[in-house]
Design a protein around this ligand. Structure first.
Ligand code: 4HQ
Length: 236
């Protein structure tokens, strides 16, 4: 599953261009029994299985030998701190990151204590394994590595790079199913387009994710727009 995810899109291109160096490690390579067992029954009873600690700890030890000391060893789990754009920016500044993916009910707690430096969650839902969360993190971090996304402006302008939701996007045709593209976007007035997009991003954020505005980095013009929109909403 992880190899398939790495073989697509910007991540694959970044690897091919030598901008990203990503290795997938199979925990079964760090087992000693005939069945290459990575899971066992939970102490205390209950349903499901738990990832055994030895293969995980040995895998991280082997990674240390092969690739040097990682800047972070991240355990993926719903119990982790929320993974945000700010976390992606932080991880993108580290030269080497290890992502630990578990299956079943989770990992033996001693893996977190002994080898993980942090625990991250990609959201409040339960997946069947940490592989997709790891790919999510690889994708979000990779596109922040210089050169991986062709157009650096598209990364800087991203939704969340300043803590706001994105503005609406339109392409041709100018009218579709009876719906017209906002006039200002066809006008060629670049300053007006910029202002329209700023306002639209603020309106959407206020409407859908108002809690984001507390931490958003708004410039003077955006602050003024926010005040104006809130004044209007209050008055009517
Ligand atoms: N899981 N964010 C259970 C997640 C998850 C998430 C990963 C499911 C670990 C054992 N990981 N395994 N949400 O749902 O990171």
């Amino acid at each position: 599953m992880v190899e398939a995810g790495l073989a697509e899109g910007v991540v694959s291109r970044g690897i091919d261009r030598g901008l990203l160096d990503i290795k997938v490690h199979d925990l079964r390579e760090h087992t000693t029994d005939r069945h290459r067992t990575v899971d066992d029954v939970p102490y205390g009873g209950g349903p499901g299985m738990v990832m055994k600690p030895e293969p995980l700890v040995k895998a991280v030890e082997a990674i240390r030998q092969q690739r040097g000391e990682p800047g972070a060893v991240v355990l993926l789990s719903p119990q982790g701190r929320p993974f945000t754009q700010a976390e992606a920016v932080r991880l993108s500044g580290l030269p080497h990151v290890v992502l630990l993916c578990g299956r079943y009910e989770g990992m033996d707690e001693r893996v977190r204590e002994l080898v993980a430096t942090e625990e991250l969650s990609i959201g409040d839902y339960v997946l069947s394994g940490g592989e997709l969360p790891a790919l999510v993190i690889v994708d979000a971090v990779s596109r922040l590595v210089p050169g991986v996304v062709g157009d650096a402006q598209s990364v800087e302008g991203d939704s969340f790079s300043r803590g706001l939701l994105d503005y609406p996007h339109y392409t041709r045709p100018a009218e579709f199913a009876g719906r017209a593209v906002p006039e200002v976007l066809l006008s060629g007035h670049h300053a007006e387009v910029r202002k329209w997009r700023k306002r639209a991003a603020i309106e959407r954020t206020l409407d859908r994710r108002p809690e984001l505005l507390a931490d958003a980095s708004l410039d003077e013009e955006e602050r003024e727009m926010l005040n104006e929109i809130q004044r209007k909403d209050r008055d009517d």
